[in-house]
Design a binder for this molecule. Structure first.
Ligand SMILES: [Zn+2]
Ligand SMILES: [Zn+2]
Length: 335
């Protein structure tokens, strides 16, 4: 089968033939129809993080049709439409798994990171972690729901935001375009913040209440004047965005960190404590979060804005991603 393979950190992916995986008991084989290109894949390919496996097939926003099921698989059958998220496998019995926090499972296996992922014609996975794709969602629109939408859904869910409150979302890229829609579906007032006018235009098309260009010198003041934010979701890969977002928070507000800028950030301890600010993080979500976000999409409360490319173009997608030239999500589509 064809796959895009990372052979060495920092070098382009190589399109080549690799052996098709064989399913064992409890596993399914997915014929991949679509796989989203996530910023995480760019980090992995660039060698920004330690790579537990090389060569590696990246890709963790995978949808397709189940081609084959192994022995002992009961819930899924050949011909089912399904997808595989970042969490390839979690143990289901450690303290984190039992406390609705399976992303922290110490035995976690990760699609396209610790095991091969979806930049390939076929992918095998544990049936327990393969989540059905609801009717009415096509493979391409469905793929980014398995990471980009899921992560922002989790971020908003844990933020404690309540009906009518204000959320400011920093960064209207692949994740951000879902964040603004999910926030609206939750009945929140949405402020979209970005440094590119094109992304702010995009946010307005998605129906946000208010946009702010973070490059403008009064951007923090503008948000405070508009009442400030009860919740700030940071999806931007800049530490300055976190510090800026913090300044716009109302008393008792929550800062949810999702984006991964290099380096560190600094926050004033006194203000954080005195204002009762909660600092939270979200990295992907649980299988239950995923089922919830898939339902939102099936009910047309959120939709994916994506463009499709063939597998061969993945390296050029990485380049465009680095330059911030992508609107919504790019999805690799398989014929
Ligand atoms: Zn991702
Ligand atoms: Zn566990």
């Amino acid at each position: 089968m064809r796959a895009a393979v990372l052979e060495q950190a920092g070098s382009p992916l190589v399109i080549r033939d690799v052996p098709r995986p064989e399913v064992g008991p409890g596993e399914i084989l997915l014929r991949v129809r679509a796989c989203g290109v996530c910023h995480t894949d760019l980090h992995l390919a660039a060698g920004d993080w330690r790579l537990p496996k090389l060569p590696l097939v990246p890709g963790h926003e995978v949808t397709g049709i189940i081609e084959q099921v192994g022995a002992e698989v009961q819930e899924l059958k050949a011909g089912d439409r399904a997808g595989i998220p970042w969490i390839y496998w979690s143990c289901g019995s450690c303290e984190y798994c039992l406390a609705n926090n399976e992303p922290l499972c110490s035995k976690l296996q990760v699609t396209g990171y610790t095991v091969d992922g979806g930049y390939a014609e076929y992918l095998k996975a544990p049936a327990t972690h393969c989540i059905p794709l609801p009717e009415g969602i096509d493979f391409v629109s469905g793929a980014p729901l398995y990471c980009a939408a899921l992560t922002t859904y989790r971020a908003l869910k844990i933020s404690g935001a309540r009906l009518g409150q204000t959320v400011a979302i920093w960064g209207v890229g692949g994740l951000g375009h879902y964040a603004v829609q999910i926030a609206r579906a939750m009945g929140l007032r949405v402020i979209a913040v970005d440094i590119l006018e094109s992304k702010l235009d995009f946010a307005r098309e998605l129906g946000v209440d208010f946009t702010v260009n973070a490059k403008e010198k009064d951007s923090v003041k503008t948000i405070k004047k508009a009442g400030g934010a009860d919740v700030v979701i940071n999806l931007a890969p800049r530490a300055a965005a976190i510090e800026q977002g913090f300044q716009t928070l109302r008393r008792g507000g929550a800062l949810v960190l999702v984006g991964l800028p290099p380096g560190n950030f600094t926050l004033p301890i006194f203000t954080t404590v005195a204002k009762g600010i909660r600092i939270l993080t979200a990295a992907v979500g649980t299988r239950q979060d995923l089922r919830e976000v898939l339902s939102l999409a099936a009910e047309k409360k959120i939709h994916s804005v994506c463009e499709t490319v063939p597998l061969e173009e993945v390296n050029s997608v990485f380049r465009r991603m680095e330059e911030g030239q992508i609107t919504g999500r790019v999805v690799i589509e398989f014929p």
